[in-house]
Write a new protein. Structure first.
Lengths: 219, 566
């Protein structure tokens, strides 16, 4: 990002305040770079839009593996923009690595846009399914209590097993799983991986595509 | 509309892209295409190499000196895998190239068919774009897209994996044109804020220093660079690949950056107050220890590839875009100033390096021949106007240090990948890319033997490569490291050499060996006066070291000027 000095877009970063105090743009940026460098490892969410062409997924995951970053979860499907696929990938790394990964992914010819977010910037959701033993569920009233407590749904029951569905953030899902597991009734457990929607008033992909169309037409 | 085979459509699509030369090697899965090529030999000059690695390196050499897209064509399986080194080399050195590989028919894909290999899977991580053409209908579009991607933005290699059924099936061919891809912007608009800020930072600087990379040549921005440097009177250093981006003897060119570069530019990197990088990527061979690299300075980075910003070196300002435009835009806003005393500051380092290293390398009076003196004499004998091609190792380092440049696109060397065996085929390609220029190849006895078979291509084509074999009977650069960092334990670096003169003569290449210093001038004269190829073997001092040197991991301003073996 350029430093135009007109950092009027937010109130959090304190850049404007420091500018008013006479600190130069360059020094502020250097400081921030330093902060970024020192940043510890945390979970980042990468949201990537690409053209729907075969082979891109392996190219994108290769960007992570080559830099020794392990992918925690990965979700790929069509997006609301016709023709564009959306990838939601989570991984633990530091800020500098997250930025590098984003730029390297975006460099792939058929990738439209890649952005990286922390959990504060996005609304997150995840689904899990649990298959539990019906007999234990009937024996132990805590099982149903836990399901209700976690606002999970029982979607199927038969004499052998029951299927439970829970949608929520990762920690809620893991909490449900841990409590049911401690009751010894879990036969299968599966998680969808994270999907999310960005907070904020601008739709970056739409803006990007509109911008590109303008460029196409000016040719 | 008339229907033609996919192979014929490929020929027409290549002609539509202005291709007039292909480096290649036929084989089973590409035979229909070679059959079509048979009828296009007037417009598409096919150079038969002797190994597929030779085809890709030749295409690279061609591309480097001509600025056009190099094109290689090979068969499936081993033909394709033999091109991998060249594709990876072109990727890291940003060389525009299209490689067409044959592939088994679609029906056979994934069955472990004869000579089947997952070419797209193998080449995706080392190419700018890799695509499998499965239907003849896709040929026109895929070829147009391939060439557009290879040459635009930051150039790079593109692989087209051409399935056999697509070569043989019939199609109505219509030329395609691709000059826009919505997910790919090779010519980003300049950001006014970045330009203004860059100019402001330069105008405020009293000790600016510019790092010049190959991006300047790739962007055809030599004139813009010169105007930029001269207006604000800024000294510069170049990377190996950026060597001919500015004349060697330009007043503001202070020499080479990095591990085996010059003392002045390396020391001053850590003394300047503003470091301005143009079209270079802060390779570890250029920066040395990153923790101490230019920490005192503000840093501006001009590049067309956004992913290079803050990759290795954190910068204060990035200027995204084509440097031909961005340099010109910034130059307009620069104050016309002089930095006389700052520039004078390079002198003591230049004198020190000259006295301790350069003078000894160029003007020895006794002992065996040295690489430095040979390189400089060849350079001077061509009026410093020739194309320098190198292999990799000591020959490369000495050639880059002591060859001089006056013309654009005069450097063909494997910078990022460091590919031994690159030299001979790349030099062949260069003779086709710049037929009016003298092409001088500096190669060691190690690298020569890695692609020695291309002597056959030189013979067949009469390619006028002036091969200067710097023979020291060692894998010299590794030997140097063994001497300096591995207690003098020469693990498999001494080499028993064949009679290279005889080998050259077997291929009809005139050859001569020089042992005595007094014969050198005459031999060089003879080499340059002989039309066509020539092998000049120089018997080089066996255990000479490339100096000065920044030891691996050391600070960039801590160059060793002299090394005495214990």
């Amino acid at each position: 990002m350029a430093f135009g000095g007109q950092c009027g877009e937010c109130t959090e970063c304190g850049k404007c305040e420091r500018l008013l105090k006479g600190q130069s743009e360059v020094d502020i940026n250097k400081e921030e770079n330093k902060m970024e460098q020192d940043n510890s490892v945390r979970l980042y969410t990468f949201i990537i839009y690409s053209e729907n062409v075969p082979g891109l997924l392996s190219q994108i995951t290769a960007v992570f593996t080559r830099r020794q970053v392990n992918i925690e979860s990965l979700n790929v499907c069509a997006s609301s923009t016709p023709g564009a696929h959306k990838y939601t990938i989570t991984a633990y790394c530091n800020r500098a690595m997250a930025d590098m990964l984003t730029k390297q992914i975006e460099k792939k010819i058929d990738v439209l846009q890649a952005n990286v977010f922390t959990d504060d910037d996005i609304f997150i959701n995840e689904t899990c399914l649990l298959k539990i033993s019906t007999s234990i569920m009937l024996e132990n009233k805590d099982v149903c209590r836990m399901v209700r407590l976690h606002q999970a749904h029982i979607v199927e029951v038969n004499t052998t097993y029951a299927t439970i569905e829970k949608t929520g953030i990762t920690s809620d899902i893991l909490s449900l799983y841990d409590s049911l597991k401690s009751l010894g009734c879990v036969l299968q457990f599966v998680r969808s991986g994270r999907i999310c929607i960005t907070k904020g008033y601008t739709e970056h992909l739409d803006e990007y595509l509109a911008d590109r169309e303008k460029k196409r037409n000016s040719k | 509309m008339e229907k033609i085979t996919g192979a014929e459509a490929m020929m027409r699509a290549l002609e539509n892209e202005g291709v007039d030369i292909l480096f290649g090697y036929p084989g089973g899965s590409i035979m229909p295409t070679y059959d079509a090529l048979y009828d296009h030999n007037k417009t598409l000059n096919h150079i038969l190499v002797r190994h597929e690695q030779g085809a890709v390196h030749a295409a690279q050499g061609y591309a480097r000196v001509s600025g056009k897209v190099g094109c290689a064509i090979v068969t499936s399986g081993p033909g394709a895998t033999n091109t991998i080194t060249g594709i990876a080399d072109a990727m890291i050195d940003s060389t525009p190239m299209v490689v067409i590989t044959g592939q088994v028919g679609v029906a056979m894909l994934g069955t472990d068919a004869f000579q089947e290999v997952d070419v797209v899977g193998v080449t995706s991580p080392i190419s700018k774009w890799s695509y499998q053409i499965r239907r003849a209908e896709d040929i026109a579009w895929a070829v147009a897209r391939a060439f557009y991607i290879a040459k635009s933005g930051r150039p790079g290699p593109v692989v087209l994996d051409f399935a056999k059924n697509a070569q043989t099936s019939m199609v109505e061919y219509e030329p395609a044109n691709v000059d826009f891809i919505r997910s790919y912007d090779p010519d980003p608009d300049l950001d006014e804020g970045e330009i203004r800020e860059a100019a402001k930072m330069i105008n405020e600087s009293v000790k600016p220093f510019v790092l010049v990379g190959q991006g300047v040549e790739l962007g055809n921005a030599r004139e813009e660079l010169k105007a930029f440097l001269e207006k604000a009177d800024m000294p510069c250093g170049t990377t190996f690949l950026g060597l001919s981006a500015i004349e060697s003897d330009h007043r503001l060119n202070k020499g080479i950056l990095g591990m085996h570069g010059n003392l002045g530019p390396n020391v001053m990197t850590n003394k300047c107050d503003l470091l301005i990088a143009v079209g270079m990527r802060f390779d570890d061979r250029v920066t040395g220890n990153l923790a101490t690299y230019a920490k005192q300075a503000k840093i501006i980075h001009f590049d067309i590839d956004r992913s290079e910003f803050n990759k290795n070196v954190k910068v204060n300002l990035s200027v995204h875009g084509d440097c031909k435009k961005s340099l010109a835009a910034v130059t307009k806003l620069l104050d016309k100033v002089t930095h006389t005393s700052w520039i004078e500051g390079f002198k003591p380092y230049e004198e020190k390096e000259y006295q301790k290293v350069i003078d000894k390398a160029l003007h020895p009076t006794e002992g065996p021949l040295l690489m430095g003196e040979v390189v400089r004499k060849v350079s001077e004998a061509t009026n410093n106007a020739a194309i320098m091609v190198t292999d990799v190792g000591q020959n490369q380092l000495f050639a880059c240090r002591y060859f001089k440049f006056t013309k654009a696109r005069s450097v063909v060397t494997s910078g990022g990948l460091g590919t031994m065996g690159y030299g001979i085929p790349a030099a062949i390609g260069a003779t086709f890319g710049a037929p009016d220029r003298t092409v001088c190849l500096f190669v060691g006895d190690g690298g020569l033997q890695m692609t020695l078979q291309e002597f056959g291509t030189i013979m067949e084509q009469g390619a006028p490569v002036k091969i200067i074999l710097l023979n020291n009977n060692y894998l010299g650069n590794v030997r140097q490291w063994q001497e300096m960092f591995f207690s003098h334990r020469y693990s498999f670096t001494p080499m028993l050499n064949p009679n290279y003169e005889l080998i050259a003569k077997g291929y009809g290449i005139p050859a001569r060996t020089v042992v005595e210093r007094s014969d050198l001038d005459n031999a060089i004269k003879e080499m340059l006066a002989t039309p066509g190829p020539y092998l000049l073997q120089c018997a080089i001092m066996e255990e000479d070291n490339v100096m000065p040197m920044v030891p691996p991991g050391a600070n960039i301003d801590e160059m060793i000027l002299e090394y005495k073996s214990e």
